[in-house]
Design a protein around this ligand. Structure first.
Ligand code: SAH
Ligand code: SF4
Length: 349
């Protein structure tokens, strides 16, 4: 019989499992506490559960985390992991130490099929979706490292690693429930951000979940002509439809504002005209903008604009009343751009 990974269950699901085993519901909370508060790595160590029931658990469940295949540490404190999954696939997970807390950037799929021209993640096609246990496992492995180093655990989670989260919708939502649960990792909804390349059905569904989680949209261009050049999804979901979906999302989620991620690529989308178009497009949504200076990857020709250009773009948006940030760049010395490390080690075992 295949053992199911305990990290893959929401509290409600585990309660149902416990009841099916003739146990009281509270057993699930006890197990959650061992997994997420007391951080055991073996069912045997769950010492307030009877030996007899621990044996029953071991017949049905396991406790498996991804293993660390490569670990790179930057001088700025960023840690980038290449994790190995049970079937030998590798995924990237990045720890980013902000002054407001430790954030982890997690992958949602093995590779990505969206084919964005600028992205190293897309160099390797999506083999499969990550399971809930593999999503949770990424946070657990990073927390293990932080604990060993005497540092504070993860307080912020961004789903901005490899993969399109809304193409793995159900597992992503169950993952969020687990990390958000007060009996799990207690990561506040406002500290969780899901980033999508613009999968409209996902955006609409997400708006109706009634959650306080942040939504980021990878916009990267202010019109369809430019956007289609770098993001194939722009053909399936053009900007007018995308903006309608965002409006609907705002209504359904009680006025939550989205963050538009805008990659700044030298000579492509960083000029004054693009800036004006961008302002027109997003002003009515009351959304925020997060400018991402392009992180150059070997495999394509795109370049990062100069700091002067980046700041000019930023200042213009701010002047027009759009709250804009420039994304802090982490781990430039350790191939921290989305998908870079995985692509580098693709042929090594
Ligand atoms: N697939 C989702 C989430 C993962 S990508 C999405 O596209 O939104 C997370 C962010 O990193 C996206 O905004 C993506 O466009 C950006 N990104 C990808 N490659 C990059 C690079 N080389 N430099 C900077 N940002 C990059
Ligand atoms: Fe996939 Fe996002 Fe990379 Fe596009 S930017 S290829 S959607 S991971």
């Amino acid at each position: 019989m295949i053992l199911r990974n305990l990290y893959g269950f929401t509290l409600e699901e585990l309660e149902t499992e416990m009841e099916a085993l003739g146990q009281k519901k509270y057993r699930a909370k006890q197990i959650f506490s061992w997994l997420y508060v007391k951080n055991v790595s073996k069912i045997d160590d769950m010492s307030d559960i009877s030996l007899k029931f621990r044996e029953v658990l071991k017949e049905k469940f396991c406790l498996v985390k991804p293993s660390i295949f490569v670990k790179k540490e930057s001088i700025d404190g960023t840690i980038k992991l290449l994790l190995k999954l049970c079937d030998d696939h590798r995924i990237e997970t990045v720890l980013m130490p902000y002054n407001y807390g430790n954030a982890v950037c997690i992958s949602t799929q093995v590779g990505c099929n969206m084919g964005c021209a600028f992205c190293a993640s897309g160099l390797l096609k999506c083999n499969r979706n990550l399971s809930v246990a593999e999503l949770v496992g990424q946070v657990i492995v990073i927390n293990d490292i932080l604990r060993n180093e005497g540092k504070k655990p993860i307080s912020h989670v961004v789903l901005m690693g490899t993969g399109e989260p809304f193409n793995n919708y159900d597992s992503v939502m169950r993952f969020i429930k687990i990390i958000n649960s007060q009996f799990g990792l207690s990561i506040g909804a406002r500290h969780i951000t899901v980033s999508t390349s613009g999968v409209i059905p996902g955006i609409l569904k997400y708006g109706k979940e009634g959650l306080q989680i942040n939504l980021a949209i990878s916009l990267h261009a202010p019109n369809d002509t430019l956007r289609q050049k770098i993001m194939p999804i722009a053909k399936a979901y053009p900007l007018d439809k995308l903006m309608d979906a965002i409006k609907q999302y705002s209504i359904d989620s009680n006025g939550r504002r989205v963050t538009f991620e805008y990659l700044l690529i030298d000579g492509f989308n960083d000029g004054e005209e693009c800036c004006n178009e961008l302002i027109k497009l997003i002003k009515p949504t009351f959304g925020y903008v997060n400018l991402i200076p392009y992180n150059e990857v070997m495999e394509n020709k795109f370049k990062r604009p100069s700091n002067i250009k980046i700041h000019r773009f930023h200042d213009k948006l701010m002047k027009c009343g759009i709250k804009t940030t420039i994304r802090k760049e982490f781990g430039a010395d350790i191939e921290a751009a989305c998908g870079q490390l995985r692509a580098k080690y693709a042929s090594k075992s």
